[in-house]
Design a protein around this ligand. Sequence first.
Ligand code: FPP
Length: 239
Amino acid sequence: MSNEQKEPLVVPAHIAIIMDGNGRWAKKRGLPRNAGHRQGAKTLENICDYCQKIGVRYVTIYAFSTENWKRPQEEINTIMDMLRNYLKEASKQTRRNVRLLFLGDRAPLASDIRQLMNQAEKDSAGNTGMTLCIAVNYGGRAEIVRAARSLARLAAQGDLAPDEIGEQLFSEHLYTRGIPSPDLLIRPSGELRVSNFLLWQLAYTEFVFMDVLWPDFSPLHLDQAIAQYAKRNRRFGGI
Ligand code: FPP
């Protein structure tokens, strides 16, 4: 079939990805887990470029969860160092017209990382290409509790009546305010769970679970996930 005859790809506007399987990828090769994370970061770069190329508007990735602090300190340090290096090179994203946003509680992060995050968000705020949301020290439940607290505070001050709280207002108190909900969630590595990722936002998202480990994830796998997504009949609760 020639390119002209191919069905046009239905590209989701927003893809969320749980980058899972780095540790297993390294273990299979007799390498330390950190080698898996390093390879995973390369995959991330490659997949982001590809998403931008095919017209995805938003990509949200799970880089570090509120639960990941339970990992050995050395592994935490490596992931934080990788984040630090990524942020130092964030101007690369700016050049590519990518807007960067960080989701999660920044308070426990090192102050240089917090500063680099603020700077990267500021520098890329005017970019009109793809938006890349990176979840760091992010937990879906914690995000919902934080939004509830912030609304409760407004109500307690007398600035908000409880009946004024609806889904729209609630969404505006989440880290993802202003970002449309993901259309597609991809979790590689064979695990079949959401692991506290975007609990509110995934209400009507299509899930695609794949057996490939994240460091081996290629644009071809992304095409396969999008092809599955394209076959789904999204009804959003209707018929
Ligand atoms: C999950 O695989 C992966 C993580 C917890 C870390 C993901 C982080 C990166 C790919 C790089 C950091 C991000 C940036 C923006 C530079 P796992 O370790 O749980 O794998 P396993 O289940 O096979 O052990």
